[in-house]
Design a protein around this ligand. Structure first.
Ligand code: PLP
Length: 377
């Protein structure tokens, strides 16, 4: 049995053999003492690429974002964040729970932007002592929930100018910033220039097993380094992690264009399947959202059948299916996945399960039970 084509996320990427070799060869030291040469190399490399003074390796993007927020804001400040951002939706409320900060989730437009007018409205009447003063603006680029949209430079410049006028720092959650840069044919530095701090993830499409990096001014990174220790993110021979990251940045960036081409292929293929609903606006990068046009069909059963066909996608938001292309997924895999979606949809229609009950694996549907080969027990 072939391994399933796993399109749930680009976090499922496994390190290439040569990356593993680079990890094995890495020079190591104690990074809490600042003595791991490979970590120091990675941090300098990221700072240089992003045009920032300094950078800091973290175990995850969630921690990098949290450190950025805590380093920019003292307690009792308010974060202007998109209501569909990772920071607001999927980072477990760390800024409130650990930082004494208040989230102010603002409407996200379909292209991933927060309208400047919405920020302006959120800042209206700041002087009133009844309000929690704003402390930071957070943007996400590319925007995951909005289908991997890259924010335009023109928008970023306007936000940055607006923020500077209000003396507010801007943090960019650039978990997939390299996808943005590659899709726009630009250097990441040109994008990062419109933010005071930037998070990048090494462990998504760049295929490193672990790690994210936060970049910004030296004083800001010094502060973040102290907070990283507080949160338990001070890692010792972290060059093991950093070596993978260096390999990612040297070898895995340019190939992201293959993922973008595959996402386009996938979107086009899915759009041809009657019964699949997909935004006709083509993906900018590596994320494709789609749904079943017939809301009476059991989505759980569809996912189960698709998995049985050897393809995995995820549900991100109610009845929103997400497929992400990444290292290890080929154009042939995409062709296979499109056909599998067609078959799983036909099977779902045939099963005609009432949505009210929705499908549970213990259902014995009319066709007889499916052979489960890939679902975890
Ligand atoms: C994945 C992701 C994160 C968090 O990264 P983890 O390493 O999973 O903690 C943050 N922001 C965005 C946009 C992401 O996609």
């Amino acid at each position: 049995m072939k391994d399933p084509i796993d399109l749930r996320s680009d976090t499922v990427t496994l390190p290439p053999l040569n990356m593993r070799k680079a990890i094995a060869r890495a020079q190591l030291g104690d990074d809490v003492y600042g003595e791991d040469p490979t970590v120091n190399d990675l941090e300098r490399m990221v700072a240089r690429k992003l045009g920032k003074e300094a950078a800091l390796l973290t175990p995850s993007g969630t921690m990098a974002n949290l450190l950025a927020i805590l380093s920019h804001c003292s307690q009792r400040k308010r974060l202007l964040v998109g209501d569909l951002s990772d920071i607001w939706k999927w980072e477990a409320g760390g800024a409130s729970l650990l930082g004494g900060l208040v989230y102010d989730p603002l409407p996200t437009q379909p292209n991933g932007e927060i309208a400047i007018a919405a920020m302006e409205a959120a800042l209206y009447g700041e002087q009133d002592f009844q309000r929690v003063p704003a402390g930071l603006i957070c943007l996400e680029n590319t925007h995951c929930w909005c289908g991997g949209k890259a924010l335009s430079l023109e928008y970023l410049a306007r936000v940055y100018e607006f923020a500077q006028r209000r003396s507010l720092p801007v943090h960019m959650d650039g978990a997939r910033l390299f996808n943005a840069a590659v899709s726009m044919g630009m250097d990441v530095r040109q994008i990062a220039t419109f933010a005071d701090s930037v998070t990048i993830c090494l462990s998504k499409g760049l295929a490193a097993p672990v790690g994210s990096v936060l970049a910004g001014r030296s004083s800001f990174i010094n502060n973040a380094r102290r907070l990283r220790k507080m949160l338990g993110g001070g890692m010792r021979q972290a060059g093991i992690v950093a070596a993978g990251g260096i390999y990612s940045l040297e070898q895995m960036v340019d190939r992201l264009s293959e993922d973008h081409a595959n996402a386009l292929l996938l979107a086009q293929g899915l759009a041809e399947i009657p019964g699949i609903e997909i935004s006709l606006e083509l993906p900018h990068t590596n994320i494709v959202f789609f749904t079943l046009a017939d809301h009476e069909l059991s989505l759980k059963y569809f996912l189960y059948s698709l998995e049985n066909e050897g393809v995995r996608v995820s549900e991100l938001g109610r009845r929103r299916l997400r497929a992400v292309t990444h290292y290890g997924v080929s154009p042939e895999d995409i062709k296979f996945a499109v056909e599998a979606v067609g078959r799983a949809l036909a099977r779902t229609r045939a099963a005609a399960l009432p949505v009210a009950e929705d499908f549970q694996p213990w259902h014995q549907e009319a066709e007889g039970p499916l052979e489960m080969t890939t679902l975890v027990p």
